[in-house]
Design a protein around this ligand. Structure first.
Ligand code: NAD
Ligand code: WQD
Length: 344
């Protein structure tokens, strides 16, 4: 009997890739997504890759009765991976209430429903943004949480506290909080990938759209940081590596391997890569030039962060495997596929 996992936000970038890996690992997946930042065609892409069409319910996680209806319709949900959230940092500054409502109420609804439906565990999508600019690098899970620089980042911190307090209060379920660094790239089949609405805020989708000619030039936000080449440093992790970590995490919860009722893991490669290094890696790997110019710093950017992934490597038994070159190539293949399909 396949164990049933609810994947909220499963039509999104990371959720769709995680659904593929869950199906590959033999899980039955139920996707809940309100399609506020994705398209139902993603479900077709998942089916094309695995040959299994996941159940899909277009439901808003902040709609308690509708969400409860999903648990009634699909009895026996054993675990939840909660991706559903609004995630645009800049937008959150201008629409804080939308972000607090969406990102907090969706989690509260799930946590309240879990005991009633005997759901054993929840994996939560957090972000390295909770660390702010760490004092020491690489950053491990013991690093202090710093005041959030955006309402979005604050929703992640508050979500972590909500889960922590629920666990302290003695709820019957367990949780694993995964703090992602910078997920990039796409599935090797190019059937699914990152499809940002409008002008991409994140580096790699803007870079690939520039490389293919949709954007005129990539702006590099600052080269006057205290880094070797002056541009910001991040830990770019292949989205498939990240997705595989979610399979390991949900297995850990459902097979009773968790050491504590609540665990935290940094999911990164452990390698810091600067903006200019990423551009060069893309150009060298794909042979495609990326027109770019140095402009002023972007407000809210931290200078440099990369993970110490040792705890996830040793305790989860998971390690990022994809090279930076393969990762940027996968992003380019996805961009080419979008062009081939006339999508952009
Ligand atoms: P995404 O926007 O591609 O996916 C989120 C999905 O959730 C979308 O399909 C959207 O339609 C859906 N959604 C949003 N609100 C919903 C609601 N109320 N009910 C149902 N569905 C809803 O984003 P992503 O990049 O896949 O990120 C997934 C998660 O990982 C988010 O929680 C995000 O905060 C977190 N995260 C992302 C990054 C990143 O760089 N992409 C980094 C760290 C953490
Ligand atoms: C990476 C680097 C930019 C665009 C954000 C969120 C984080 C998480 C991941 C959700 C930075 C530079 C970017 C461009 C550039 N999202 N850049 N030109 O800011 O590290 O993290 O996305 O959880 O919470 O903060 O990612 O891809 O936006 O930027 O020079 O056009 O690329 O300055 O140094 P970031 P990013």
């Amino acid at each position: 009997m396949k164990r049933k996992i609810l994947v909220t936000g499963g039509a999104g970038y990371i959720g769709s890739h995680t659904t593929v890996e869950l199906q590959n690992a033999g899980y039955e997946v139920v996707i809940v997504d309100n399609l506020s930042n994705s398209n139902a065609k993603v479900i077709d892409g998942i089916e094309k890759i695995t040959g299994i069409r996941p159940a899909f319910e277009q439901v808003d996680c902040i709609d308690y009765p509708a969400l409860k209806g999903v648990f009634d319709k699909y009895p026996g949900i054993k675990g939840i991976i909660h991706f559903a959230a609004s995630k645009a940092v800049g937008e959150s500054v201008h629409k804080p209430l939308l972000y607090y409502r969406n990102n907090l109420v969706s989690l509260l609804n799930l946590l309240e429903l879990m005991p009633e439906y005997k759901v054993e565990g929840i994996v939560f999508s957090s972000s390295c943004t909770v660390y702010g600019q760490p004092e020491t690098l690489p950053v491990d899970e013991s690093a202090p949480i710093q005041p959030a620089l955006s309402p979005y980042g604050n929703t992640k911190q508050i979500n972590e506290e909500i889960i922590r307090d629920a666990i302290y209060a003695g709820v019957p379920y367990k949780s694993i909080i995964l703090r992602y660094f910078n997920p990039i790239g796409a599935h090797k089949t190019a059937e699914i990938g990152e499809l940002p609405n409008g002008v991409p805020q994140n580096l790699l989708p803007y870079l690939t759209q520039t490389a293919i000619g949709i954007r005129k030039e990539l702006s590099v936000y600052g080269d006057d940081y205290s880094t070797p080449d002056g541009s910001c440093i991040r830990d770019y992790i292949h989205v498939v590596d990240l997705s595989k970590a979610h399979v390991v995490a949900i297995e850990r919860l459902l097979e009773g391997k968790s050491k504590d009722q609540l665990e935290y893991f940094n999911l990164g490669t452990g390698n810091g890569v600067s903006v200019l290094e990423l551009i060069r890696a893309f150009e060298k790997t794909t042979g495609v030039k990326v027109p770019h110019k140095i402009v002023g710093r972007r407000e809210g950017d931290i200078e440099q962060i990369w993970a110490n992934p040792r705890y996830a490597n040793e305790v989860l038994g998971w390690k990022a495997a994809e090279t930076l070159e393969d990762t940027v190539q996968s992003a380019w293949n996805w961009q080419l596929k979008l062009r081939e399909r006339g999508i952009m």
